[in-house]
Design a protein. Structure first.
Length: 140
């Protein structure tokens, strides 16, 4: 592995950990973890999907998603239902409380992101997103 590749991994890791730390601090007031937020935010976008679909969309193992969803169900943010076409499949729905929570959290996430982007021009932010998506795609 070249020095550049090693530095890329380190830079991405440090950036991710810093962003996750700030997000975790903010989410404490809502009694949520970043992992829980990522699942209910995805359900807010695409409701009534199976746990497998949610695992695929969030690139997590199904067992991990099941454990996180268990906690979200206990908190009243998500409900589970059976798929009428496949008895083995479990469909997930975000509750009104879950939708309201996501709505309340979105501006706070934007504040964290805006802080991270201090000194960036909009064009630079768009390029950064494009490049990170390309890196992610290359590694799939």
């Amino acid at each position: 592995m070249s020095r550049t590749q090693d530095e890329l991994g380190l830079l991405l890791s440090r950036t991710y950990l810093s962003l996750k730390r700030e997000t975790s601090r903010m989410l404490q007031q809502f009694e949520l973890t970043p992992e829980q937020l990522s699942l209910i935010a995805e359900l807010d976008k695409q409701d009534n999907i199976t746990q497998k679909e949610l695992a695929d969309l969030t690139e997590r193992e199904q067992t991990t998603v099941t454990k996180i969803v268990d906690k979200l169900v206990k908190k009243g943010l998500v409900t589970r239902g059976h798929d009428p076409h496949d008895r083995r499949a479990i469909r997930l729905q975000i509750t009104a409380e879950g939708r309201n929570l996501v709505k309340d959290i979105k501006p706070k996430i934007e504040e964290i992101e805006n802080h991270a982007y201090l000194g960036f021009h909009q064009k630079d932010i768009e390029l950064l997103h494009t490049l990170i998506r390309k890196l992610h795609q290359n590694l799939q």
